[in-house]
Design a protein around this ligand. Structure first.
Ligand code: FPP
Length: 244
């Protein structure tokens, strides 16, 4: 089906409110094209742009992309450095256009391991978009689901100790409010590219009831048509949230 028709069709039914994307396969794409891994990531960043555009076209509320995991620090020094640089450079290059398109950009993840200067630059750039009310683009950066839960539990314990909250009040909603994704609805649909079938520590609390969609396509080759295909497939599924 032609892309425009897919958009029209998707708009006729309830859209997922929030889509999470595990952008996998940049390294394999690079090997296939006899280029460096960092060039693979650069092509990956271009694919992000296309998916953000498609999200705006279809009218999505929340899109979260997994840019750098807490496990990615184990990669070579060169690749880690290249990825950190690519992520901040892409943000600085794109923020004005993103903001002009009514997009709200947020980074979610841990501060641990990132320099104060890096963190400050992220916040200063993202702030340019915070007056908007269109697509919410979340970049999971230095993100790990287990680390997120550890940081939440640690803050809850502190707040219990200082009497701000009582341990009797701890429930699902309270814990959710201590996560990086506070006030962001849980993802309805998770997409993972490159033929791997894992969550890899991505939104593990929030994705408890997410629909999962996988493709063999390597991330740099992922495009708006395939993104719409994932949405149309999602719309055919029946969600029961544990009920019969
Ligand atoms: C996984 O592929 C991809 C990453 C670890 C990095 C993804 C980052 C980007 C696409 C840049 C995004 C930038 C912004 C600002 C959102 P891989 O390296 O694990 O691939 P492989 O499994 O084939 O080796």
């Amino acid at each position: 089906m032609e892309y425009k028709k897919m958009v029209d069709q998707a708009k006729m039914l309830a859209l997922p409110k929030h889509i999470g994307v595990i952008m996998d396969g940049n390294g394999r794409w690079a090997r296939k094209h006899h280029t460096t891994r960092i060039n693979g990531h650069k092509r990956g960043a271009e694919a992000v742009r296309e998916i953000v555009e498609a999200s705006v076209e279809v009218g999505l509320d929340y899109l979260t992309v997994y840019a750098f995991s807490t496990e990615n620090w184990r990669r070579s020094k060169q690749e880690v450095h290249g990825l950190l640089k690519l992520i901040i450079n892409t943000l600085m290059q794109e923020i004005d256009e993103l903001a002009a398109n009514n997009i709200v950009v947020r980074f979610i993840g841990s501060k641990k391991g990132l320099s104060d200067d890096y963190h400050k630059r992220i916040t200063e750039n993202c702030q340019k978009s915070w007056k908007n009310n269109g697509l919410n683009l979340n970049v999971a950066m230095n993100y790990g689901g287990k680390q997120e839960i550890i940081e939440a539990v640690s803050s809850i314990v502190k707040d219990v100790e200082t009497g701000k909250i009582s341990s009797d009040d701890i429930d699902h909603d309270m814990l959710s409010d201590y996560l990086y994704t506070k006030s962001i609805p849980d993802p309805d649909l998770l997409i993972r590219t490159s033929g791997e079938f894992r969550l890899s520590n991505f939104l593990i609390w929030q994705a408890a009831y997410a629909e999962l969609w996988f493709t063999e396509t390597l991330w740099p080759d992922f495009n708006r048509t395939e993104f719409l295909q994932a949405i149309l497939d999602y719309q055919k599924r029946q969600r029961r949230f544990g009920a019969t």
